[in-house]
Design a protein around this ligand. Structure first.
Ligand code: ADP
Length: 444
């Protein structure tokens, strides 16, 4: 009010001054009353003109992009411009702040490992993060505001969306059938929907592998157990001659050994999968490992094969002695079992140009057809089940070898030709192998 009063008084004073000037001018022309009136009117006119000019410049600014500051005139128009400008800037700041928050929120959802999609009340896509777009095979820009059921036609998903009961997630194959999706829908706002998707392909595959594994283990254990139960019944109920009794007992012994081997391999696998990687600073002499493995293979072969060891005298591997031995023994054991009598089996230690090394087992045995090679390290995978079992195999040997190789930073490579023989190489990285120092070698 004080500001308004000052402005009114200033205007009145200006008009009064106009009147006074009019009196002076009017007296000179002998018409003082007319002079007062003209002077005051001129003053009012000047005030109106000034206000119009100031108001116009404010109007020009308001009509423009508002990017510059409001015209800072003094008086009423300046004050008005300043207030409008300040209100605009405050709003702009608030909008910018909200936009930044929205962008942050969206980038947080974008970073989610799960798919997130927002549907409006007509099931049209309002927003979708890139994981969601990938899961459903969408293009977030092109498919914006497209009905989701036109783009994702999987019956299970469409039915779930239309059922309007979203307690449980729905599971179905993603686009091209290469992945499995678990999709959870939640309602929000007025008829809107939030669609959360998760790629569970890996989880499903692991679950299937676990189921297969349990089924395989049960089968592998049940078979010798059934045979044993049959023999126990035979011994109990039939009067057997000494020769027959011995034969039954020897067959029972074979089945028991089979179960023992299976349980042993299962325990080894469980240990390999459940324990931390072997330390990289415990050095194991390779020569000892190869010698022991050769002795066991010679015993298994019982003179039917030539078994040779080459190299590795001065080599050491950083890792677990028992694991490495188990890997070499398994490879050598297979070579003997899958090589007919008179064949040759070689166990080699070969240094590589990159400083790493390979433990290689070469045989002149039955070989493996190409289509089986990629699957040999799967648990319980056998090319010929009966030959494997007859020779005491569990189907877990190469799976153990692969685990051991990986735990030592290495890998396993198989080359084989049907009827000609096989070459299994366990490669170890340079970090895990070294040549034993001369002095240490002499002292040993
Ligand atoms: P198993 O106990 O049956 O030998 P492995 O996991 O050790 O199980 O080997 C898987 C399969 O790979 C074997 O059943 C066999 O068919 C094949 N295999 C492994 N080593 C050899 C080899 N040296 N020569 C031929 N076939 C082999």
């Amino acid at each position: 009010m004080g500001w308004w009063l000052a402005r009114t008084l200033a205007a009145l004073l200006f008009v009064a001054l106009g009147g006074l000037a009019g009196v002076v001018a009017g007296s000179l022309l002998k018409a003082p009353t007319l002079g007062v009136a003209v002077g005051m009117m001129l003053a009012v006119g000047l005030l109106v003109l000034r206000d119009s000019l100031l108001g116009q410049s404010l109007m020009d600014w308001l009509r423009g992009p508002l990017s510059s500051a409001a015209p800072r005139d003094t008086g009423f128009w300046g004050e008005l411009g300043y207030r409008v400008d300040r209100t605009l800037r405050t709003r702009e700041l608030a909008v910018r702040h909200e936009r930044e928050q929205l962008a942050q929120f969206l980038s947080a959802i974008e970073a989610s490992p799960n798919g997130v999609m927002m549907l409006d009340a007509n099931d049209q896509i309002e927003w979708c993060n890139s994981v969601g777009a990938e899961h459903f095979g969408l293009d977030p820009e092109r498919d914006h505001l497209q009905p989701i059921t036109n783009l994702v036609r999987t019956p299970a998903f469409v039915a779930h969306l239309q059922a309007d009961r979203f307690d449980e997630p729905v599971v179905f194959s993603g686009p091209l059938g290469r992945s499995t999706l678990s999709v959870l829908v939640r309602s929000y706002g007025e008829g809107k929907k939030l669609v959360l998707s998760q790629d569970i392909t890996e989880r499903e595959r692991n679950e299937a592998m676990r189921r297969d594994f349990v089924a395989n283990v049960s089968h592998e254990i049940r078979t010798p157990l059934t045979v044993l139960a049959g023999f126990v019944e035979t011994l109990d109920q039939l009067p057997l001659s000494e020769v027959e009794r011995k034969r039954v007992l020897s067959l029972m012994d074979k089945q028991t050994q089979r179960m023992q081997a299976l349980v042993g391999d299962l325990l080894t696998l469980a240990k390999l999968e459940g324990s931390p990687r072997p330390a990289a600073d415990r050095w194991v002499a390779v020569a000892g490992l190869l010698e022991q493995a050769q002795r066991d293979a010679v015993a298994l072969s019982a003179g039917r094969h030539v078994i040779e060891v080459e190299g590795g005298d001065d080599a050491e591997v950083a890792g677990s002695e028992s694991e490495l031995f188990s890997a070499v023994a398994n490879l050598l054991n297979n070579a003997v079992r899958y090589t007919p009598e008179g064949g040759r089996v070689r166990l080699l230690w070969q240094w590589q140009a990159d400083g790493g090394a390979e433990l290689v087992v070469i045989d002149t045995g039955i070989g493996i057809a190409r289509e089986h090679i990629g699957r040999l390290t799967e648990r319980f995978y056998r090319v010929d089940g009966s030959r494997s079992r007859d020779t005491g195999g569990t189907g877990l040997g190469l799976s153990i070898v692969k685990h051991v190789a990986q735990r030592h930073g290495g890998s396993i490579d198989v080359q084989s030709e049907l009827g000609k023989g096989s070459r299994f190489a366990l490669s170890l990285p340079a970090l895990r192998v070294r040549r034993r120092r001369k002095a240490a070698a002499l002292a040993a």
